[in-house]
Design a binder for this molecule. Structure first.
Ligand SMILES: *Cc1c(COP(=O)(O)O)cnc(C)c1O
Ligand SMILES: [Zn+2]
Length: 412
C-alpha cells in the first residue's frame, strides 16, 4: 500500500478520493495528491532507497501508485553530470547537468507517463491517451505498448518528423490535428468527457502524471549525496515540471531525507516565441496572458499553460527568475552544450542552457552557487532544427591527397 491520503484542491483545500479526478467540483481548482508524510518518514530512509531498483520507482513511497504494479520501461536514474567546461564558458562555478535525454523514449516525459499509466492500469483503464507537443506522445505510445494497453494520441500536425515516427511505431492510434497544441488540448478535454474509459495522461490522470516530475528532485538530491543544490534551472511548458520539482525538494525535507530547510532557488526557462510565464514574471503580473506560440522549441510551445501560475509562484517564493531566449540563442546553446559536455539536447534543452547563460550573465545564477540545469529531451528528436547549422566539415574523394587538402593536423 502507498501513503496517499487522497486528492486535495490546490485552491480551496477540499479533499477527494484518489480516483481519476483532476478538478475540484466546488471551485474548479486543480487537484493535487496528498500524502501522510509521517507514515512515509517511518517507512523510508536513505538506505531503503539505495536498496531499490535503479529507476524512478526507487522512490515509490513518495509516488501515488503501488510500486508492484508499475508500468515501467526503466525511466529515471539518469546521469547527473558535472559540467566544468560549460561552467567555465558561462562564468559559473559548480554546475551539473541532469541529463534526462537518457530516458527510454529520450525525454523526461517517461517519468510522468510511467506514473500516469501505472495509476491508469490500477484504476482499470484499458486505453491510454494524451494531448501532446510531441514527447508525451512518444512516451504514452511506448508505455501503452509495454502495458498491453491501446493508445490514442493527439498531436499538432506540423510536429517534428522524429516525434511522429517515434509515436506511430508503437502501433497505437495517432491523430494529427490541424491546429496548435492549445487547440489539441481543448479537443482532448472534450474527448475526455466523451470517452470516460480512456485514461488521458495529462487530462483526467493529470493529478498523478504531475507527481512523476518530483523524481527529478529526488534523484538530484540523492546524486548530490543527499544535499540539495542551491539553484535549479527548469524548462517551462505547462509549468507542471517546475512546480513539482519544487514540491519534490520540500517533500524530501518533510520526510527527513534532506537536512535543514533545503532552500533551493528555482528558475524557469522559456522560448521568446512562447513565453507567457516569463512575461508575467518580468511584468510582476499575477495573471498569465495566453499567447499564440511561434518557436522551434515545439515541446515547450504551450500558449495557455495550465500550471503557469503555480510555476510563477514557486519561482517567486524561491527567489529565482524566469528567462526567455530567442530561437538563434536556442540553437547556439544546443551547440555549446554538445561541444563542451558531449550532450546532445533537443530544442527544449537549448532553451534551458541559453536561459542559464542569460541568468548567469545577469548575476541571477551566481558562481558561488551549486547549480543544476535540467536537460529534458534528446537532440535526435529535433534534428531538422539544426539542418542549416551542422553538416560534414568536408566531402572528399576517397584519397589521401583529398583528405590532406581539407584537414590539417595540428596534433602531429
Ligand atoms: C513536456 C516537456 C517539458 C516541460 O513540460 P511542463 O508541461 O512544463 O511540465 C520540458 N521539456 C521537454 C523536452 C518536454 O517534452
Ligand atoms: Zn476547490
Amino acid at each position: 500500500m502507498n501513503c496517499v491520503v487522497g486528492l486535495r484542491c490546490r485552491e480551496c483545500g477540499r479533499e477527494f478520493p484518489a480516483e481519476a479526478l483532476h478538478v475540484c467540483d466546488f471551485c474548479f481548482g486543480p487537484l493535487e495528491v496528498a500524502y501522510d508524510y509521517d507514515a512515509i518518514a517511518a517507512r523510508v530512509d536513505r538506505a531503503s532507497i539505495a536498496a531499490g531498483p535503479r529507476t524512478m520507482w526507487r522512490y515509490r513511497d513518495l509516488l501515488p501508485v503501488d510500486g508492484t504494479s508499475a508500468v515501467s520501461l526503466g525511466a529515471g536514474c539518469t546521469p547527473l553530470v558535472r559540467a566544468d567546461r560549460l561552467a567555465a564558458a558561462l562564468g559559473l562555478g559548480e554546475l551539473w547537468i541532469k541529463d534526462d535525454t537518457a530516458n527510454p523514449t529520450g525525454s523526461f516525459k517517461d517519468r510522468v507517463v510511467s506514473v500516469a499509466l501505472s495509476k491508469a492500469r490500477e484504476l482499470g483503464f484499458k486505453v491510454a491517451a494524451c494531448a501532446s507537443t510531441g514527447n508525451l506522445a512518444n512516451s504514452v505510445a511506448a508505455h501503452a505498448a509495454r502495458a498491453g494497453m491501446a493508445s490514442v494520441v493527439l498531436v499538432p500536425r506540423d510536429l517534428e518528423r522524429a516525434k511522429i515516427a517515434m509515436t506511430a511505431v508503437y502501433g497505437g492510434t495517432v491523430v494529427a490535428v490541424d491546429g496548435t497544441y492549445d487547440d489539441v488540448n481543448r479537443l482532448c478535454a472534450e474527448l475526455a468527457s466523451e470517452h470516460p474509459a480512456w485514461a488521458f495522461a495529462n487530462v483526467n490522470l493529470r493529478t498523478y502524471y504531475a507527481e512523476g516530475s518530483k523524481t527529478l528532485a529526488f534523484e538530484i538530491a540523492e546524486q548530490l549525496d543527499w544535499r540539495a543544490p542551491d539553484h535549479v534551472v527548469v524548462p517551462v511548458a505547462s509549468g507542471s515540471q517546475l512546480t513539482k520539482v519544487a514540491k519534490g525538494f520540500a517533500e524530501l525535507v518533510a520526510v527527513g531525507l534532506l537536512d535543514g530547510t533545503a532552500e533551493v532557488r528555482i528558475s524557469g526557462a522559456q522560448a521568446q516565441g512562447c513565453s507567457p510565464v516569463a512575461t508575467a514574471f518580468a511584468e510582476g503580473a499575477d495573471t498569465i496572458r495566453p499567447v499564440r506560440p511561434s518557436t522551434i522549441a515545439r515541446s515547450l510551445a504551450i500558449g495557455n499553460p495550465a500550471d503557469g501560475w503555480y510555476a510563477l509562484e514557486a519561482v517567486r517564493r524561491s527567489g529565482g527568475a524566469i528567462g526567455a531566449v530567442a530561437d538563434d540563442e536556442i540553437l547556439d546553446a544546443i551547440g555549446l552544450l554538445a561541444r563542451t559536455e558531449g550532450i546532445f539536447a533537443e530544442t527544449a534543452g537549448g532553451v534551458t542552457i541559453a536561459t542559464l547563460a542569460k541568468l548567469a550573465a545577469a548575476g541571477v545564477v551566481r558562481p558561488d552557487e551549486k547549480v543544476v540545469a535540467i536537460v529534458t529531451g534528446h537532440g535526435l528528436k529535433t534534428v531538422e532544427s539544426l539542418a542549416a547549422s551542422v553538416g560534414p566539415t568536408a566531402t572528399i574523394a576517397p584519397t589521401l591527397a583529398a583528405f590532406d587538402e581539407v584537414v590539417d593536423d595540428p596534433w602531429r
